[in-house]
Design a protein around this ligand. Structure first.
Ligand code: NAD
Length: 374
């Protein structure tokens, strides 16, 4: 099997889909790995590092030529893939809902496109779960970026010149990113509170030493849809949540929002009127910025100031931690390929449960049920 690793072409994308470590491991499985020159530069990996790990280096057309599997972080341009073997795999975060045309192009080219973000959330796939590995780092970075913009310190400090009180940090949405945001803010010494629509998160918030802020006594409180993801909430619930959040938010210094509902625009959690009640100098980091934002007024990659409050969100938060995000992402891909590696055939063969979930195109057609339904 020839595995090709392309340099990312999307603007602001610093990650790379293989590291010298995973090149070695893929080679040990019996594959040969070809990496486009410069692919790792933005993640502090040189061509020399890849070469030392056993990779062939070259320009995109040479690397892709005869490849059975093409790895990417984001979906590669179909125009680059003309010389792969027929039915070659394209593996990456393919953004199937946002990049429908590209998915159609993969289908027309006879490629088998595998969207890693469609990985089912089952125990055995945890090590292949790119959403988790990247969200975890994003939750950390959100707090660090907010702390950097905040004109005060996070921890309480008792000094000869007087006492500085601890920052109050509120995390909205306690999935993978939110949990890491809570842990990071706690490590920096903030007083942390958090909320989610899924009541199961209450215990998780407490276990991290933060205070749960929850709507009580409203119907539909469970908030859990399929696969452990959030579902859309009733109007009554949304109203009660907005009131609770309004009262709480006015007292916060830092707010981190992470709320997402799969396949839908991000839910609006904070309005401009609510921002107006916050103290000047407070900071809001909106991790949902690329999905439309949880916060009114968020502009991806810009610091927006409203009523003295700074609002920030990145269009690609994991890309701000290029080396670690690449290391974890590359391991997710390796774990995926190696879990299905068939020694006799010398190539990966997917099973039904995971294959049907991640496969977008095959035999010239769109085969993903999830994509057809949407
Ligand atoms: P996500 O990125 O889809 O959403 C982030 C959080 O926002 C979620 O906790 C969600 O409940 C919350 N949210 C949505 N709407 C909200 C609203 N209006 N107000 C407040 N919060 C709102 O979530 P995620 O990080 O992907 O995690 C979802 C769940 O899946 C978690 O329970 C996580 O532990 C679980 N998970 C399981 C596996 C596995 O078993 N392989 C892997 C990863 C995550």
């Amino acid at each position: 099997q020839r595995i090709a690793v392309l340099k990312e072409r999307a603007s602001g994308e610093t990650r790379v889909s293989a590291t010298p470590e995973t090149v070695r491991k893929l080679t040990a499985l019996g594959a040969s790995v070809a990496v486009e020159s410069g692919a790792g530069n933005a993640a502090s990996i040189s061509d020399e590092d890849y070469r030392a790990a056993g990779a062939e280096m070259g320009p995109a057309d040479v690397v892709v030529s005869g490849a059975h599997i093409v790895l990417g972080v984001q979906g590669p341009d179909p125009a680059l893939l003309g010389t792969t073997v027929p039915g070659a795999w394209v593996v990456g975060i393919l953004d199937p809902f946002g990049q429908r045309e590209r998915v159609h192009a993969y289908a027309s080219a006879g490629l088998e496109a595998l969207a890693m973000e469609f990985m089912p959330r089952i125990t055995r796939a945890q090590s292949m779960d790119v959403l988790s590995s990247q969200s975890n780092l994003a939750g950390y970075k959100a707090v660090i970026a907010a702390a950097d913009l905040y004109g005060r310190a996070f921890p309480m400090m008792m000094t000869a010149a007087g006492t500085i009180s601890a920052a109050k940090c509120f995390v909205m949405g306690v999935g993978v990113a939110g949990l890491q945001a809570i842990a990071t803010a706690r490590r920096l010494g903030a007083q942390v509170s958090a909320t989610d629509v899924r009541s199961a998160t209450r215990e998780q918030i407490l276990s991290l030493g933060a205070k749960p802020i929850f709507v009580e006594n409203v119907e539909g409180i469970e908030g859990e849809g399929s696969g452990g993801y959030a579902s859309e909430m009733s109007e009554e619930y949304q109203k009660a949540q907005a009131e609770l959040v309004s009262a709480h938010i006015a007292k916060q210094d830092i707010v981190i929002t992470t709320a997402l509902i799969p396949g839908l625009a991000a839910p609006r959690l904070i309005t401009d009127a609510q921002i107006a009640t916050m103290k000047a100098g407070s900071v809001i980091f909106d991790l949902a910025a690329p999905q439309g934002g949880n916060v009114e007024g968020t502009v991806p990659d810009e610091v927006v100031e409203r009523h003295g409050v700074k609002i920030i969100g990145f269009s690609n938060t994991p890309a701000h931690l290029a080396a670690d995000a690449s290391a974890l992402y590359a391991r997710n891909l390796f774990n995926f390929l190696s879990a299905f590696w068939d020694k006799d055939q010398g190539k990966p063969v997917l099973d039904e449960e995971i294959g049907d979930a991640v496969r977008l195109t095959q035999g010239g057609k769109i085969v993903s049920e999830r994509l057809q339904r949407a």
